[in-house]
Design a binder for this molecule. Structure first.
Ligand SMILES: Cc1cc2nc3c(=O)[nH]c(=O)nc-3n(C[C@H](O)[C@H](O)[C@H](O)COP(=O)(O)OP(=O)(O)OC[C@H]3O[C@@H](n4cnc5c(N)ncnc54)[C@H](O)[C@@H]3O)c2cc1C
Length: 338
């Protein structure tokens, strides 16, 4: 068992971290510990519930802009390498805003997304004031996680199913030098961490079968999000959402929220109703949000051990997580740049 490096968490943040370390020849030194592992489903395990795609939902601060940019660049390599088998595909996307997004955000996206164009005012849908179109990355999130699980194991990474009663249990042997804390929403309650800045942003989704829908459509409000996101390599499944409910820990799903999702997504794509062949299921997930944003931080313990925190990805773990994990790894190796 590789125990020099321990990653706490088998969500997308832990998996991106392992993937990058494995690429540096470190696979056999890594153990990933998780109460939940790919293939599981729990309200305490956010990653399988994501839409997911790369979108403009992320923040406007310099770090987030950089994480998105770095991730977008590296996603190209992942898509070329793993492709549809891993549940990855590039699809057209249209995003509308009820308010004007920050110029800094749009300038940043335009600097690296080659085909991004601003929608003329005359083509905006009623109630919106801004919009963009571009080709983006789509993830079949459960499939991608399970693909990475198999891939990392084949490279020599060890997975250990275990609920840590305290973060100190992550040092599984005297050889363990570095622990990456990628515990997501779990960081709120994990003894030894108990970060009270961590809170959930709940989203309910509906999964439908609509094979003809081959594009993303999203609308951003101040306190809501409406989205239509096809799941690559899924027999035509499409994720419809959603909600941004801060502080709501509920795993329940509600019929009135389902109706609201169907109403809003039909307004966003009028032809959607005729394209839905079957409603498959509803689900709720908790985005691991954090006051002040993500925590990517190195802690040097008095006995020479090192812990690198990397959690709080909120609604953007798939699209920003690669850059976040690169920053975390550089902190472990004392490099300052991404
Ligand atoms: C409805 C919805 C839609 C979304 N859509 C998108 C999207 O389109 N694009 C995008 O980029 N992002 C999206 N997201 C956000 C994305 O899903 C999250 O940012 C991401 O999954 C967070 O990953 P994580 O690895 O930090 O946490 P998690 O996936 O929750 O993983 C945490 C891991 O830590 C482990 N853990 C925690 N505590 C302990 C403990 N005590 N002992 C052992 N193990 C522990 C857990 O078992 C788990 O393995 C969406 C989220 C939701 C809910």
């Amino acid at each position: 068992m590789g125990n020099k490096t321990v990653i706490v968490g088998a969500g997308i943040i832990g998996m991106y971290t392992a993937l990058q370390l494995a690429g540096r020849g470190e696979a056999k030194n890594i153990t990933i510990i998780g109460e939940y592992l790919p293939g599981d489903s729990s309200i305490k395990y956010t990653s399988p519930w994501a839409g997911g795609n790369f979108s403009a939902i992320s923040g406007n601060d310099d770090d987030t802009l950089e994480f998105d940019k770095v991730s977008f660049f590296h996603l190209r390599g992942l898509f070329d390498r793993f492709g549809l088998e891993a549940g990855l595909k590039m699809l057209p996307s249209t995003e509308y805003w009820d308010f004007l997004p920050e110029k800094k955000k749009i300038d940043s996206l335009m600097s690296y997304i080659p085909d991004l164009c601003i929608i003329p005012k005359s083509d905006l849908i009623p109630g919106t004031v801004f919009g963009v179109k571009y080709t983006t990355y789509n993830f079949n999130c459960p499939r991608f996680l399970e693909f990475l699980y198999r891939h990392l194991q084949s490279q020599g990474v060890t997975f250990l199913r275990k609920k840590l009663a305290h973060i100190s249990e992550a040092w599984i042997s005297p050889c363990t030098k570095t622990v990456y804390n990628c515990s997501g929403i779990g960081a709120r309650h994990l003894p030894g961490i108990e970060d009270q800045k961590v809170y959930p942003t709940r989203g309910q989704i509906a999964i439908v079968r609509a094979p003809e829908v081959q594009e993303n459509r999203m609308r951003w409000g101040i306190d809501y999000a409406t989205y239509i996101i096809p799941r690559p390599n899924s027999n035509g499944n499409v994720v419809l959402g959603g909600f941004l409910q801060k502080g709501n820990w509920s795993s329940d799903t509600y019929s009135y929220e389902r109706e609201d999702i169907f109403e809003r997504t039909a307004a966003l794509m009028p032809e959607l109703k005729t394209k839905i062949k079957e409603v498959l299921r509803e689900a709720a997930g908790l985005r691991p949000s954090r006051e002040g944003g993500v925590r990517i931080e190195r802690e040097d313990l008095s006995d020479g051990r090192v812990i690198i925190h990397n959690y709080g990805a909120s609604g953007t773990g798939y699209q920003s997580g690669f850059g976040m994990s690169m920053r975390a790894i550089n902190l472990a190796t004392n490099q300052s740049k991404l």
